[in-house]
Design a binder for this molecule. Structure first.
Ligand code: ATP
Ligand code: MG
Length: 241
């Protein structure tokens, strides 16, 4: 996508009197896939919320912007850490919700196609209560892919999936989000080693960047270079609090 901008955040954040993070400086390159790792509670979801314009309640002293100088409003799709599906809507209606809220054509055929790609053709008419946790997460992924935005923020998008569907969804997301600016929060070193073109580790001390293997993404999960990098990342995470 030619209009996918680089993202930049710098500043410090508090909720009430409690410091969340900062001073912090983070950059996600334009049109690339960036993985953001770091211990629980360090502020990763807060970073995504700030880029998504959902920073109500966060006292943020700094900027979370697109480097092309154009506002991020309307250019971002966020897949949150919880699925946030509407319980009274079936899977298809959840996937088309964004368009219907905006009053544009819901694109049902495209929704069905994406639900098929996430392996849920047979579940398209079910409401969330009738789906498993991993199926709900795939509906939320489908909804995010449906949004077709140049900037995509993914907060632990594959955390509820078994190993096989996780690898399949990673492949699908890599394919469908190629050329977009993706900022992907994950706790999974193997996932970051497969998908990240930039790898950022967020700690209380700030952000550190670790160059991934040169192989193109999605990398083979069992290639020596992927495994070695995964091990290195895991060791870093073990040493981080
Ligand atoms: N609504 C809130 N009110 C008060 N504190 C909050 C609120 N939301 C988040 N926090 C605090 O902000 C900090 C950062 O939260 P955030 O959700 O960004 O962490 P995270 O890095 O995404 O963690 P995890 O890996 O567990 O998802 C945490 O210490 C959390 O307790
Ligand atoms: Mg989080």
């Amino acid at each position: 996508m030619s209009d996918a901008p680089a993202l930049r955040l710098s500043g410090r954040a508090k909720i009430g009197a409690a410091p969340i993070f900062g001073p912090l400086s983070l950059r996600a390159p334009a049109g690339e896939w960036t993985c953001l790792l770091g211990p629980s509670g360090v502020g990763k979801s807060t970073v995504l919320r700030l880029f998504a314009g959902l920073g109500d309640g966060i006292a943020f002293d700094g900027e979370a912007v697109a480097e092309d100088g154009v506002r991020l409003d309307g250019r971002v799709a966020l897949m949150g850490q919880s699925d946030l599906l509407m319980p009274w809507l079936d899977a298809t209606a959840n996937v088309t919700l964004g368009a219907r809220l905006r009053g544009t054509s819901p694109g049902r055929d495209r929704a069905r196609e994406i639900l098929g790609r996430v392996g849920l053709s047979e579940h398209a008419d079910k409401r969330p209560h009738a789906l498993s946790g991993g199926q709900r997460q795939r509906v939320a992924l489908a909804r995010t892919l449906m949004e077709d935005r140049p900037v995509v923020l993914l907060d632990e998008p594959f955390s509820a999936l078994d190993a096989r569907s996780r690898a399949q969804m990673q492949d699908l997301a890599t394919e469908l989000l190629a050329g977009r600016t993706v900022l992907h929060v994950t706790h999974d070193a193997a996932e970051a080693a497969r998908l990240g073109q930039t790898i950022l580790l967020m700690t209380r001390a700030g952000i550190a960047s670790f160059p991934p293997p040169e192989a193109s993404t999605p990398r083979l999960y069992d290639a020596p270079g992927t495994l070695a990098f995964q091990g290195r990342l895991l060791r870093l995470l073990m040493d981080t609090r």
